[in-house]
Design a binder for this molecule. Structure first.
Ligand SMILES: Nc1ncnc2c1ncn2[C@@H]1O[C@H](COP(=O)(O)OP(=O)(O)OP(=O)(O)O)[C@@H](O)[C@H]1O
Ligand SMILES: [Mg+2]
Length: 328
């Protein structure tokens, strides 16, 4: 059984315009990917592709007007999307650790760090304050916060960006989750601190043998830290598979363009942005979501692309089996 198996996930924003007509932004259009225990999946795509929306949909953290309209997200075989809100929140922060985008803001400014670590433990397990405080100290040590005993009494504002990010990771890990999801865990940090945080995050995940999703727009991060990759475009996963197969031999034209355009970015870990019109979520094209940008687009692309598969690598493209063109 996969640790997490997301299939056919559709999330819409439904609003009304000035004339009271219903407008639907189809922000996620059949997102699917799988994650096995002990592996790290990089979820990549340019800004607005739907990465954050994918994880917040799965975790039941959407706010109106966003709504999951279809899909399944099997976590250890149980569908997160079919659960009640209370069942889901029993898993969140417990079996599933979540590091939100803009993580520092997720710390409670009015509670000492130790207190926050105690709170998240006692929300999910019967544990004495003293035992919880001991575990809090141990987890701060595990994320390499110097002098953890003393830091338990510190307030969030006393931490630098990098140290605060370690605290957020500690909060996500303190209940020994089976899955860790980190949304852009390092964007706000400078480059050296980014590397430290990612080293620590991947070591924590590997050491515990758990599964993780790292959301990033940085292909270099994926190359360095992830086993698998899922590439998103306009609310769809266009390609996924092991990094070792996808990066040297991308099958989808979008992945090919990303990788071709960014060899030096791949190395330097700079941002991810390709030219072409941003997809209009209120009027997505029929068929392939990428066809308006794709230089290989033909009439057949007006119909939904089939999923082509080579080994563990899958791509949603009518011409996915033409990797030789990309190598040329
Ligand atoms: N209230 C809304 N109504 C319509 N569309 C929205 C609304 N809020 C967000 N969206 C759209 O949902 C899409 C997905 O956004 P999401 O935050 O998941 O992107 P992302 O891939 O995480 O990008 P980033 O890299 O910038 O974090 C975006 O295209 C955004 O424009
Ligand atoms: Mg995001």
């Amino acid at each position: 059984m996969s640790l997490l198996e997301v299939s056919d996930l559709h999330t819409h924003f439904v609003t009304r315009d000035r004339d009271d007509r219903i407008r639907t932004a189809r922000a996620l259009n059949g997102v699917g990917f799988t994650l096995q225990k002990g592996r790290i999946l990089g979820l990549v795509g340019e800004s607005g592709a739907g990465k954050s929306l994918t994880v917040t949909s799965i975790l039941g953290l959407l706010h109106p007007p966003a709504r999951v309209v279809a899909g399944r997200a099997l976590f250890q075989g149980r569908d997160l999307l079919a659960m009640s809100a209370s069942e889901r929140s029993a898993l969140r922060g417990n079996r599933i650790g979540f590091v939100v985008q803009s993580a520092k803001a997720s710390l409670d400014p009015l509670a000492r760090v130790g207190e926050q670590l105690v709170r998240v433990q006692r929300a999910h397990a019967r544990r004495s304050r003293r035992e919880a405080m001991e575990r809090a100290e141990a987890i701060l040590a595990a994320v390499s916060i110097p002098d953890p005993k003393r830091r338990l009494a510190a307030w969030p504002h006393e931490f630098s960006g990098g140290m605060a990010q370690r605290v957020v990771i500690a909060l996500a890990l303190v209940n020994e989750p089976d899955l860790l999801i980190a949304d852009e865990p390092t964007t706000a940090l400078d480059v050296t601190v980014q590397a430290q945080i990612l080293d620590l995050l991947s070591a924590a995940v590997r050491g515990r043998g758990i599964g993780a999703i790292i959301v990033t727009h940085d292909l270099g991060v994926v190359a360095q830290y992830c086993d698998d990759v899922a590439v998103m475009f306009a609310g769809s996963v266009v390609e996924q598979g092991p990094v070792a197969e996808v990066f040297p031999r991308p099958m989808h034209p979008y992945t090919q363009a990303l990788l071709a355009a960014t060899p030096e970015r791949l190395r330097l870990g700079a941002g991810l942005r390709l030219g072409g019109p941003p997809p209009n979520l209120y009027a997505l094209p029929e068929g392939c979501c990428y066809r308006l940008r794709c230089d290989r687009s033909r009439d057949v692309c007006r119909s939904a692309p089939p999923l082509a598969q080579v080994g563990d690598q899958r791509a949603a493209c009518h011409f996915a089996r033409e990797p030789a063109e990309a190598e040329a």
